[in-house]
Design a binder for this molecule. Structure first.
Ligand code: HEC
Length: 173
């Protein structure tokens, strides 16, 4: 009898605890699902992704406005220093190509038109001119802008660096 009592108490306690645990679990899950699961989280992700990819695609129109402002305020002297990262491959003398094509007059020049340079198909396939915006996109991520490009350069992540060097390159035209 004593044993049965103890056993019943233990069992009762265990069942009670288990029930509370189950209830807590269920409450927690339903809170999570209604609060975060369907609506909240879904929307949070939907919001998060366009912001991340916005840099590469959707963000461009916004960037153009900003970029024009940056370009107008660009520091040409600093731009010349940024060019130190390009020197090993690029000359700024007209018609002098190295590993990369001459960058003399590259701003507003036709893409992949430097005389005597064998461009990769990646750049050959891009229509139009090297507008400051196109240059900025290319320099931010050469491989992102022109997948397969022969320019093995990681890119200039800082927008001010890009504005400065493009402003400086434009003085060479
Ligand atoms: C490791 C060598 C290397 C470095 C460093 C490098 N480039 Fe290039 N660049 C190339 C090559 C190679 C090409 C030709 C790419 C192709 O044909 O796909 C190129 C192409 C270009 C073009 C396209 C030119 C045209 O006539 O269409 C521009 C603009 C350019 N580079 C700018 C820069 C700038 C600015 C820097 C420095 C911030 C830089 N590059 C750093 C090798 C380099």
């Amino acid at each position: 009898m004593f044993d049965t009592m103890t056993f019943t108490k233990i069992l009762g306690g265990f069942c009670g605890a288990f029930l509370i645990f189950l209830l807590g679990n269920w409450a927690g899950e339903s809170l999570y699902h209604t609060g975060g699961g369907e609506g909240g989280h879904g929307e949070a992700h939907a919001d998060a992704y366009p912001i991340e990819t916005g840099d590469d695609h959707g963000g461009e129109p916004v960037e153009e406005v900003d970029f024009a402002t940056l370009l107008a305020a660009a520091d040409i002297g600093k731009g010349e220093r940024v060019f130190n990262k390009c020197r090993s491959c690029h000359s700024i003398e007209d018609g002098v190509n190295g590993t990369g094509p001459s960058l003399f007059g590259v701003v507003e020049r036709d893409v992949a038109s430097a005389a005597g340079f064998g461009f990769s198909g990646a750049l050959d396939g891009i229509e139009g001119n090297w507008t400051p915006e196109a240059l900025s996109a290319f320099l931010q991520s050469p491989k992102g802008f022109a997948p397969g490009t022969a320019m093995s350069f990681n890119g200039l992540p800082k927008e001010t660096d890009r504005a400065n060097i493009i402003a400086w390159l434009a003085t060479l035209n």
